[in-house]
Ligand binder design. Structure first.
Ligand code: NDP
Length: 314
């Protein structure tokens, strides 16, 4: 097992991680980034990003993350593909294991591991995952061209994905468990005025139907208890996200849902020298631009920490 001693390790490669990398590299902290399971993060599975300042005509999510990566590499960030599989934050330098095969020693760690999609948790969803069930309309909508699909959720993501699917599919059912949306007014308006989106309020999924591919769904009105079966070929889930913080459990203070706690107004965690940014520690704003801003904070906090705790780094 090879061991490498580094000054600043960045875990995760979304807007938070790359922004931290840009700042850390420019501050000569020689950052090494492990890109994780989904290099580029959640923006790589989205389409148009229209609310990130500096792109007046919008930009596609994957292209934007490609630009982030290039900018981070331009200043010397070492971007590597791999997963952090274990950490030991009991003392500095911190011990980090990558892909269960490589060990790193890091003076500072910036956690930017983001969040992942949540699932409904019904058996048919698992059985038919990849066979018509998906949590990413942008990735898989293509397969349902001209077909009928359903999407669960009532937040901005569900609205965005319903609009996306409506351009591809002949019909999109939107299953909303309450009698109202959670999404912003603008996004609600968009789905409400799209002719081939049918919004079903107070509606929950009983079961997704089909053996080897999705053929329909049995849904239930939670006010009347009435169920009905509707033929569909695609079933999309857009009900929020779970922070990717399991590997840090037991070391880093988190809330009950796994979001990392940071000292208000900073990126500092309960462990000195370990910083957190982006969606891994933010369940409120969760925007690319806020993630990027918090990545900047993490790099500045790490830089100041290193300056105050001078260590010889091999
Ligand atoms: P949210 O947490 O905002 O919404 C999740 C939705 O899923 C809610 O409507 C919730 O219902 C519903 N839900 C949760 N669990 C279930 C379940 N088991 N069955 C049925 N429905 C369920 O997540 P989003 O991913 O939509 O958004 C996350 C954040 O990202 C938000 O802050 C959002 O504003 C932001 N965002 C912004 C975008 C933009 O500005 N372009 C695009 C996408 C996201 P209920 O309302 O009843 O709790």
């Amino acid at each position: 097992m090879s061991i490498q001693n580094i000054e600043c390790l960045i875990i995760g490669s979304g807007p938070a991680g790359y922004t931290a990398a840009i700042y850390a590299a420019r501050a000569d902290m020689k950052p090494i980034m492990y890109a994780g399971m989904q290099p580029g993060g959640q923006l790589t599975i989205t389409t148009d990003v229209e609310n990130y300042p500096g792109y007046p005509d919008g930009i596609m999510g994957p292209e934007m993350m490609e630009l982030f990566r290039k900018q981070a590499e331009r200043f010397g960030t070492d971007v590597r593909y791999g997963m952090v599989t274990k950490v030991d934050f009991s003392q500095r330098p911190f011990k980090i294991e990558v892909d269960e095969s490589q060990q790193l020693l890091a003076e500072t760690v910036i956690i930017a591991t983001g969040a992942s999609a949540k699932w409904l948790g019904i058996p048919s969803e698992q059985k038919l995952n990849g066979k018509g069930v998906s949590a990413c309309a942008v990735c898989d909508g293509f397969f349902f061209r001209g077909k009928e699909a359903a999407i669960v959720g009532a937040g901005d993501t569900a609205c965005e994905e319903a609009s996306y699917l409506a351009k591809i599919c002949s019909k999109v059912y939107m299953l909303v468990r309450r009698d109202s949306f959670r999404a912003s007014k603008a996004m609600q308006h968009r789905v409400q005025t799209t002719p081939n989106i049918e919004i079903l309020f107070n509606t929950e999924t009983d079961e997704i139907l089909g053996e080897n591919k999705v053929e329909g769904m049995r849904i239930k009105n939670n006010q009347t208890g009435q169920t009905q079966e509707i033929p569909i070929q695609g079933f999309f889930v857009a009900i929020g996200h779970q922070p990717n913080t399991d590997v840090f459990k037991g070391w880093i203070d988190m809330d009950e849902t796994g979001y990392i706690k940071t000292l208000p107004g900073t990126s500092k965690t309960n462990i000195e020298g370990v910083f957190a940014c982006g969606d891994a520690q933010d369940k409120v704003y969760r925007q690319a631009v806020t993630a990027a801003g918090s990545g900047c904070m993490a790099a500045l906090d790490a830089e100041r920490f290193l300056a105050a705790n001078k260590h010889a780094v091999a």
